[in-house]
Design a binder for this molecule. Structure first.
Ligand SMILES: *Cc1c(COP(=O)(O)O)cnc(C)c1O
Length: 369
């Protein structure tokens, strides 16, 4: 069976280097904040062309740390899309703030900037920040988002859990918003073997506070907590694995982009909506997500052909139990509600071979025959 995400082939490629890297950590024994943490952060700084990278325990922690460091909490509202992974909203509530859900564009799946403007104009909420999500691997519309943020004095946070390695108008993810957060969960494009995340920013004062929040609010020594913090450190072992994986990441991104293009070409004449990129964007294709009217039929057909698929996302966040009492921006989230019934993600990873992809493509074509 074709894997939805294939971590085994990647591991085979770098297994020797991973074994040696893990052995080095076992030898020095600094499992928490060992030297590989700073080494990986330096590599991320260079990779993203950003001033500061703060590694942390997960993409969810990255968002929570960013919000806490930016002083966003009780009494504050944060605009964010309803069509995203639950963590984007979870961090807002954990920080004590109120999420205000915004709809998305049905072609790009990205947050609807016009609705953000309408919501700010209606002025029903005390909004102090936007969390834009780079859904499925491409950056949100940061040119527009940055002007909205500047005009309304909002902090702009990019939830780049799915988009590290992508660019917008030649600028890398990590530099597109005031603060960007990412995840190294195994299903993400750049993945560790467990939990991991990072915060990227050019604001050095904010970076300093993030480092403090990451370790129980400590600043100069471990006996004084100067602010509220969390235990948000990345394991040294995960950093050491990520150092090896970052070295082959660009190669994998190219493979993903080629595979996405093959899907686009193959589906051109079918009754499916293929994912669209914003002008100026590149994507790292964390998911290849199409829209079909009769999703159940296609899923059943793929399943009969032993081809895995996944639904990202099946339920809008504003309808999920912990979030259903929080506000939706004026105009509602109709596109999100419709997309949840139509989206389907197909196998996508840097090691999908042409022959395997052809099996997926043939099965999709057959299901419409
Ligand atoms: C995966 C993901 C997160 C959370 O990352 P974790 O490392 O799993 O905590 C946040 N936002 C989005 C959009 C994600 O896809």
């Amino acid at each position: 069976m074709i894997p939805f995400v294939d971590l085994a082939r990647q591991q085979e490629r770098i297994r020797d280097r991973l074994d040696r890297a893990i052995a080095r950590v076992l030898d020095h024994g600094q499992y928490v904040m060992g030297p590989e943490i700073a080494e990986f952060e330096d590599l991320l700084v260079r990779y993203c062309d950003v001033d500061d990278a703060i590694s942390c325990g997960s993409g969810t922690d990255a968002l929570l740390i960013a919000l806490m460091a930016a002083g966003i909490g009780q009494g504050d509202s944060v605009l964010l899309p309803s069509f995203t992974f639950v963590a984007s909203a979870e961090a807002v509530v954990l920080a004590g703030a109120t999420p205000v859900f915004v709809d998305c564009d049905p072609n790009t799946y990205l947050i609807d900037c016009d609705q953000i403007r309408d919501a700010l104009e209606a002025n029903e909420h005390d909004c102090c920040a936007i969390i834009a999500v780079d859904l499925f691997g491409q950056p949100a519309d940061y040119r527009e988002l940055n002007s909205i943020a500047a005009e309304n004095r909002l902090t702009l946070i990019a939830d780049a859990a799915q988009s590290l390695g992508a660019t917008q108008n030649s600028c890398p993810v990590g530099t597109l918003a005031d603060i960007s957060t990412t995840s190294f969960y195994p299903a993400k494009p750049l993945a560790c073997y467990g939990e991991g995340g990072a915060i990227l920013t050019n604001r050095s004062a904010l970076a300093k506070v993030c480092r403090s929040v990451r370790i129980h609010g400590q600043e100069t020594n471990r006996y004084d907590s100067v602010r509220l913090g969390i235990n948000g450190r990345m394991d040294t072992l995960q950093a050491t694995i990520l150092i090896e994986k970052l070295a082959i990441f660009d190669d994998e991104i190219s493979a993903r982009q080629r595979i996405a293009q093959r899907y686009n070409d193959a589906f051109e004449t079918l009754p499916v909506v293929t994912p669209k990129l914003l002008p100026g964007n590149t994507s790292v294709w964390s998911s290849y997500t199409i829209q079909v009217e009769s999703r159940n039929d296609l899923v059943a057909h793929l399943k009969a052909d032993s081809i895995p698929s996944a639904i990202y996302y099946r339920k809008p966040l504003h309808q999920q139990a912990p979030y259903k009492d929080y506000p939706v921006a004026p105009g509602g989230a109709r596109n999100t509600e419709a997309l949840c019934n139509k989206v389907l993600s197909l196998p996508m990873h840097g090691y999908l071979e042409d022959g395997e992809q052809d099996e997926v493509i043939d099965s999709v074509i057959q299901s419409f025959a």
